[in-house]
Design a protein around this ligand. Structure first.
Ligand code: PMP
Length: 285
């Protein structure tokens, strides 16, 4: 399948889709992004992703050179052009090309890029049986340094944590915040269930406010599952009845072990399964 990659309103083949080596997105990780899913040719919660993108950009003082309305139309067009019925959409806004110094005010041409492609999910076996986690030594960004709510092009600490996980044989790793509380995983939010109560860390714990996380909280509400946002420690996860992760790529996936401690019965629990099924129905509505 030949791909049509969108850069600032124009389409290029995969080989021709290029940006400058002076782009500060490359030189400094100066930019923001979103990872979205298409189901049945329709982007799930596109508006919410775009609002988060605009807020990330606002937070780092980056003016996106288009409007939410225009970009919505462009993304839908890009998905259609690529005949992407089921897949993943990566939207990127870089600061643009500038000089070889930090000064972002010398970058006057931000690049808006949209790649619509297939997605590699976790193996089916992990959805059936749940995945194992370790706690990474690398913590989430300190909120007083750069807000973890900014989905920036600089994911280095999450990448360091991901490496720790992979070295330990885990596809995901738990990241704590600067207070030692549970924040989230390297690319997914985390939930636990204890005595039928669903719990997830609040935004103030230093997390990215996941679109999937919020959809799951809404679903729980509709399904009569009581939920709270609360500061959690690793002890809460070790002693939980169920644990699962949420993300645009992962959807809802059970976690059955943390740091070699079995969580609950060591298999996907009933509330995890219910929410996973409800989420799969929701995305196709
Ligand atoms: N946390 C982090 C650090 C992420 O990068 C992501 C997205 N990959 C998430 C959580 C999940 O967010 P969403 O549900 O919006 O994909």
């Amino acid at each position: 399948m030949s791909q049509h990659i969108y850069i600032n309103g124009e389409y290029f083949s995969k080989d021709d889709a290029k940006i400058s080596v002076y782009d500060h997105g490359l030189l400094y990780g100066d930019g923001v992004f979103e990872g979205m899913r298409a189901y049945g040719g329709k982007v799930f919660r596109l508006e919410q992703h775009l609002i988060r993108l605009w807020e990330s950009a606002l937070s780092i003082g980056l003016k996106i050179p288009t409007t939410i309305e225009a970009l919505t139309a462009d993304i839908n067009e890009c998905v259609e052009k690529n005949s992407l019925d089921e897949g993943y959409i990566r939207l990127i806004v870089t600061r643009g090309a500038g000089a070889l110094g930090l000064d972002p005010y010398k970058c006057d041409n931000p690049q808006v890029i949209c790649i619509a492609d297939k997605i590699t999910l976790y193996p089916d076996e992990l959805y059936q049986n749940g995945l194992e986690l370790i706690t990474a030594a690398t913590i989430r960004n300190h909120p007083a340094a750069l807000s973890p709510r900014v989905k920036s092009l600089n994911y280095l600490n999450n990448i360091m944590a991901k490496m720790e996980g992979l070295k330990a044989g885990c596809v995901e790793a738990l990241m704590l915040n600067h207070k030692g509380e549970v924040a989230e995983c390297t690319g997914d939010n985390i939930f636990i269930v204890k005595n039928d109560l669903l719990m997830t860390p609040p935004v103030e714990a230093g997390i990215l406010e996941g679109i999937t996380r919020n959809a799951v909280l809404e679903l729980a509400d509709e399904m009569g599952i009581e939920s709270i946002e609360a500061a959690l420690t690793r002890h809460d996860i070790y002693t939980a009845d169920e644990c699962f992760l949420t993300g645009s790529a992962a959807e809802v996936i059970a976690a059955v072990k943390l740091d070699d401690r079995q969580i609950g019965e060591g298999k996907p629990g009933p509330i995890t399964k219910q929410l996973n099924e409800a989420f799969r129905i929701l995305v196709r509505q």
